[in-house]
Ligand binder design. Structure first.
Ligand code: THU
Length: 140
């Protein structure tokens, strides 16, 4: 395992420790590695009005954007158990927004940080709709 992946897994685990998930009892942490080499983390934040809850990936993306960064090279997600906590459909689209053309790596870890799945944004969201689709329409 690379030092960088280790650092991402640690950041995701630390974020998971801060998760606010009293309703699902399913704490999740996410860490994003950007093109500049920085890591941004997020946790899920639920709400008594259940549909308003936010996923860990969403929080990490917000932290990245607030830091002025836009290119995601790698995402690590860590759930509370040993069934792979793969990103929901909405988060796949949110990751795709900031993934480079070649896609970004996505690594899913289990409870203790062990790697359960290594995939990428293209595999998670094939034939996706992204910024270029919108620009194409605007150019017409
Ligand atoms: N959740 C995430 O934060 N990320 C994922 O990749 C999947 C699910 C959260 C949403 C909700 O707070 C809880 O996990 C149970 O669905």
């Amino acid at each position: 395992m690379t030092d960088q992946l280790d650092a991402m897994i640690k950041a995701a685990r630390d974020a998971r420790d801060l998760a606010y998930a009293p309703y699902s009892k399913h704490p999740v942490g996410a860490a994003i590695l950007t093109r500049s080499g920085h890591i941004y983390a997020g946790c899920n934040v639920e709400n008594a009005a259940y549909p308003l809850g936010a996923c860990a990936e969403t929080g990490a993306i917000s932290a990245m954007v607030m830091a002025g960064e836009r290119i995601i090279d790698h995402v690590v997600v860590i759930g509370p158990g040993d069934v792979a906590c793969t990103p929901c459909g909405g988060c796949r689209q949110k990751i795709r927004e900031f993934a480079p053309a070649e896609g970004c790596k996505v690594t899913i870890c289990g409870r203790d940080g062990q790697v359960l799945l290594e995939t990428d944004s293209h595999a998670l969201l094939p034939y996706s709709f992204g910024p270029d689709n919108v620009h194409e329409m605007q150019d017409e």
